[in-house]
Design a protein around this ligand. Sequence first.
Ligand SMILES: Cc1ncc(COP(=O)(O)O)c(C=O)c1O
Length: 385
Amino acid sequence: MKPISKVVLETPASGIRRFFDIVSQMQDVVSLGVGEPDFDTPWRVTEACIYSLERGKTHYTSNYGTIELRTGISDYLRAREGLEYNPENQILITVGVSEGMDLAMRAILNPGDEVIMPEPCFVAYKPCISFAGGVPVPVCSYMEDGFAVKPEQIEAAVTPKTKAIWISYPTNPTGGVASRETLEKIVQIAVKHDLYIISDEIYDRLTYDGKHTCVPTLAGAYDRTIFLNGFSKAYAMTGWRIGYACGAPNVIEAMMKIHQYTMMCAPIMAQVAALEAIKNGYEDSEAMIEQYSQRRRVMVKGLNDAGLECISPGGAFYAFPSVKSTGLTSDEFSERLLFEEKVAVVPGGAFGECGEGHIRCSYATSIEKIEIAIERIARFVSKLK
Ligand SMILES: Cc1ncc(COP(=O)(O)O)c(C=O)c1O
């Protein structure tokens, strides 16, 4: 047989999955590894879907998604951020933010185009860029800067081949948040070099200290930003696979063209559920966010007390402590912690080279489990001294 695609062959499988295949074979493991809410989807959302299924809503929708959901998203963004996206041609309903990322890359990139992306970042960014024929250009962000990238580093990475800057604050895996000033500078770099901005704001609602800065609201950003968001995190809807992309009509139309031929539409039942979430689910999600905020304090204090330096993450539901003081690499630390103390975390190197020396600890799990995990981590770290 002839070989499969070179780009696919050269892309490593996700470091997270490999690790969790091992975890799934073990017993009594406390997992801080998962990147999804431990809460069930709010019942009103599930019920709205069941009700619609009982009424025979099981068909294709418009390729863009139902006009009801697009209008609901448009109203929500106007009320929350003062943003105006026309539901007719500036909003595309996608199969999770994951599909939105893939569509964005395929819609704007020509072979060899470069995309600047701060690391550590979500594991799918690099493959998405490569699968679309682009070249990922990682720039490091550091703990001492709260894991916000320095705009100067982005500027230094710009070449004549740069097509886009891909940012995501709050960030997976660090929980880092960029200040409004930093984001304004990044937008100005994009304006100066005429670049697209991809802004994945899936964790926007999970911002704990102060107000989230929504990138397309910044001066100069609106026309050049592909704004990605979804329901997985804030509404505990990971399995529904539903998200959305907003942007300039020509870009959204290009993304829709790919979506039309490859996906047709997002599942109608998930669209019905998402509409209920965005219209009536705000308080349910606020209650979950309040829980994450409490867990964050327990996690960060516990990790620091255990001897792992950890800054308080401004958003998402991850802490990203340094394990450098232990002398172990993040792979070694994570593997030994799993086998010796049965706590699962994700090695920071899975999120890009500059994640090395850190581990990702998700606090999307109960306080009781976090406390058990912290006790075990403290015991493990003290053994290493
Ligand atoms: C930063 C980021 N973007 C996108 C996604 C994917 O989200 P979805 O479930 O909407 O596809 C994740 C999931 O962990 C994420 O962390």
